[in-house]
Design a protein around this ligand. Structure first.
Ligand SMILES: [Zn+2]
Length: 173
Protein backbone atom coordinates (compact mmCIF):
# COMPACT_ATOMS: atom_id res chain seq x y z
CA UNK A 1 0.00 0.00 0.00
CA UNK A 2 1.36 3.40 -0.95
CA UNK A 3 1.52 5.95 1.80
CA UNK A 4 2.62 9.55 2.22
CA UNK A 5 4.72 10.87 5.07
CA UNK A 6 3.10 13.92 6.69
CA UNK A 7 5.35 16.53 8.30
CA UNK A 8 4.30 19.19 10.75
CA UNK A 9 4.71 22.82 9.68
CA UNK A 10 8.01 22.61 11.60
CA UNK A 11 9.13 19.67 9.39
CA UNK A 12 8.83 17.25 12.29
CA UNK A 13 7.42 13.93 11.04
CA UNK A 14 3.86 13.33 12.21
CA UNK A 15 2.37 10.26 10.61
CA UNK A 16 1.88 8.27 7.44
CA UNK A 17 -1.44 8.51 5.61
CA UNK A 18 -2.79 6.84 2.48
CA UNK A 19 -1.63 8.75 -0.61
CA UNK A 20 -5.16 9.73 -1.58
CA UNK A 21 -5.63 11.37 1.81
CA UNK A 22 -2.46 13.41 1.22
CA UNK A 23 -3.78 14.56 -2.15
CA UNK A 24 -6.99 15.73 -0.47
CA UNK A 25 -4.91 17.73 2.04
CA UNK A 26 -3.01 19.42 -0.80
CA UNK A 27 -6.11 20.22 -2.85
CA UNK A 28 -7.74 21.67 0.29
CA UNK A 29 -4.59 23.79 0.79
CA UNK A 30 -4.04 22.26 4.19
CA UNK A 31 -0.69 20.82 3.15
CA UNK A 32 2.02 21.52 0.59
CA UNK A 33 4.07 19.07 -1.45
CA UNK A 34 7.62 18.47 -0.16
CA UNK A 35 8.66 15.41 -2.17
CA UNK A 36 6.76 14.27 -5.23
CA UNK A 37 7.01 11.13 -7.30
CA UNK A 38 7.07 11.09 -11.09
CA UNK A 39 3.72 9.39 -11.47
CA UNK A 40 0.47 11.33 -11.76
CA UNK A 41 -2.72 10.74 -9.81
CA UNK A 42 -5.98 11.70 -11.47
CA UNK A 43 -9.19 12.81 -9.87
CA UNK A 44 -12.33 14.02 -11.61
CA UNK A 45 -10.90 17.49 -12.05
CA UNK A 46 -7.19 17.36 -11.26
CA UNK A 47 -3.99 15.58 -12.13
CA UNK A 48 -1.35 15.82 -9.45
CA UNK A 49 2.08 14.26 -8.95
CA UNK A 50 1.96 11.52 -6.31
CA UNK A 51 2.94 12.99 -2.93
CA UNK A 52 5.66 11.10 -1.10
CA UNK A 53 6.18 13.71 1.61
CA UNK A 54 3.83 16.63 2.43
CA UNK A 55 4.01 19.37 5.05
CA UNK A 56 1.04 20.80 6.93
CA UNK A 57 0.48 24.53 6.45
CA UNK A 58 -0.47 25.02 10.08
CA UNK A 59 1.49 23.76 13.06
CA UNK A 60 -0.29 21.13 15.13
CA UNK A 61 0.65 20.41 18.71
CA UNK A 62 1.73 16.82 19.26
CA UNK A 63 1.99 14.99 22.56
CA UNK A 64 5.36 13.78 23.80
CA UNK A 65 6.40 10.75 21.77
CA UNK A 66 7.57 7.84 23.83
CA UNK A 67 10.17 5.29 22.84
CA UNK A 68 9.07 2.41 20.65
CA UNK A 69 8.04 -0.57 22.78
CA UNK A 70 10.19 -3.65 22.29
CA UNK A 71 7.78 -6.02 20.61
CA UNK A 72 8.24 -8.89 18.20
CA UNK A 73 6.46 -6.92 15.48
CA UNK A 74 8.62 -3.84 16.01
CA UNK A 75 11.86 -5.85 15.93
CA UNK A 76 10.88 -7.64 12.73
CA UNK A 77 9.92 -4.29 11.18
CA UNK A 78 13.21 -2.67 12.24
CA UNK A 79 15.13 -5.52 10.62
CA UNK A 80 12.85 -5.56 7.55
CA UNK A 81 11.92 -9.20 8.22
CA UNK A 82 15.41 -10.32 7.21
CA UNK A 83 17.46 -12.82 9.15
CA UNK A 84 20.49 -10.99 10.54
CA UNK A 85 22.61 -14.12 10.01
CA UNK A 86 21.65 -15.44 6.56
CA UNK A 87 19.48 -12.61 5.08
CA UNK A 88 16.58 -14.95 4.32
CA UNK A 89 13.09 -14.10 5.50
CA UNK A 90 12.90 -13.92 9.30
CA UNK A 91 9.90 -14.80 11.42
CA UNK A 92 11.54 -15.30 14.81
CA UNK A 93 13.42 -13.16 17.32
CA UNK A 94 16.90 -14.15 18.48
CA UNK A 95 18.73 -12.86 21.54
CA UNK A 96 22.28 -12.30 20.28
CA UNK A 97 23.64 -13.07 23.74
CA UNK A 98 21.19 -15.76 24.86
CA UNK A 99 19.12 -14.97 27.92
CA UNK A 100 20.47 -18.15 29.52
CA UNK A 101 23.95 -16.59 29.22
CA UNK A 102 22.94 -13.28 30.76
CA UNK A 103 21.78 -11.52 27.57
CA UNK A 104 19.23 -8.79 28.16
CA UNK A 105 15.91 -8.24 26.49
CA UNK A 106 16.74 -4.88 24.90
CA UNK A 107 16.95 -3.36 21.42
CA UNK A 108 20.70 -3.85 21.16
CA UNK A 109 20.51 -7.57 21.95
CA UNK A 110 17.54 -8.68 19.86
CA UNK A 111 17.48 -9.33 16.13
CA UNK A 112 15.23 -10.83 13.50
CA UNK A 113 16.30 -14.37 12.61
CA UNK A 114 14.92 -17.20 10.53
CA UNK A 115 13.75 -20.26 12.43
CA UNK A 116 16.61 -22.34 11.01
CA UNK A 117 19.41 -20.02 12.16
CA UNK A 118 17.69 -19.45 15.47
CA UNK A 119 17.52 -23.20 16.06
CA UNK A 120 21.10 -23.84 14.93
CA UNK A 121 22.46 -21.08 17.12
CA UNK A 122 20.62 -22.28 20.18
CA UNK A 123 22.17 -21.14 23.44
CA UNK A 124 25.60 -20.42 22.00
CA UNK A 125 27.46 -17.14 21.60
CA UNK A 126 28.37 -15.92 18.12
CA UNK A 127 32.09 -16.24 18.86
CA UNK A 128 31.60 -19.90 19.75
CA UNK A 129 30.19 -20.77 16.34
CA UNK A 130 32.04 -18.23 14.20
CA UNK A 131 28.95 -16.28 13.18
CA UNK A 132 28.68 -12.51 12.88
CA UNK A 133 25.89 -9.95 12.66
CA UNK A 134 25.21 -8.47 9.21
CA UNK A 135 24.12 -5.25 10.97
CA UNK A 136 24.42 -3.90 14.47
CA UNK A 137 21.10 -3.85 16.31
CA UNK A 138 20.20 -0.36 17.52
CA UNK A 139 17.28 1.26 19.26
CA UNK A 140 15.26 3.01 16.55
CA UNK A 141 14.45 6.67 17.28
CA UNK A 142 10.78 7.38 18.14
CA UNK A 143 10.10 8.91 14.72
CA UNK A 144 10.55 5.49 13.12
CA UNK A 145 7.45 4.29 14.96
CA UNK A 146 5.51 6.33 12.43
CA UNK A 147 6.43 4.02 9.61
CA UNK A 148 6.81 0.67 11.37
CA UNK A 149 4.26 -1.68 9.95
CA UNK A 150 4.05 0.00 6.57
CA UNK A 151 4.89 -2.77 4.16
CA UNK A 152 6.39 -0.34 1.69
CA UNK A 153 8.69 2.20 3.29
CA UNK A 154 9.54 4.97 0.90
CA UNK A 155 13.30 5.73 0.87
CA UNK A 156 12.56 9.44 0.31
CA UNK A 157 11.18 9.53 3.88
CA UNK A 158 14.44 8.59 5.54
CA UNK A 159 16.03 12.01 5.77
CA UNK A 160 12.90 13.43 7.37
CA UNK A 161 12.80 10.57 9.86
CA UNK A 162 16.45 11.02 10.78
CA UNK A 163 17.07 7.35 10.32
CA UNK A 164 18.61 5.28 7.54
CA UNK A 165 16.37 2.41 6.65
CA UNK A 166 17.84 -1.05 7.35
CA UNK A 167 16.07 -2.19 4.17
CA UNK A 168 18.48 -0.23 2.01
CA UNK A 169 21.42 -1.72 3.89
CA UNK A 170 20.11 -5.26 3.56
CA UNK A 171 19.33 -5.03 -0.15
CA UNK A 172 22.71 -3.46 -0.91
CA UNK A 173 24.58 -6.48 0.40
ZN1 LIG B 1 18.83 -17.28 8.92
Amino acid sequence: MAGTLVLNASYEPLCVVPMRRAVVLILAEKAVMVEAGDELMHSATHAIQVPRVVRLCRYVRVPYRRQIPLTRRAILARDAHRCVYCALRADTIDHVIPRSRGGRNEWTNVVAACARCNHRKGDRLLAEIGWSLSRVPVQPPPTVALVLGWAKRDPTWDRYLGYESPIAEASAS
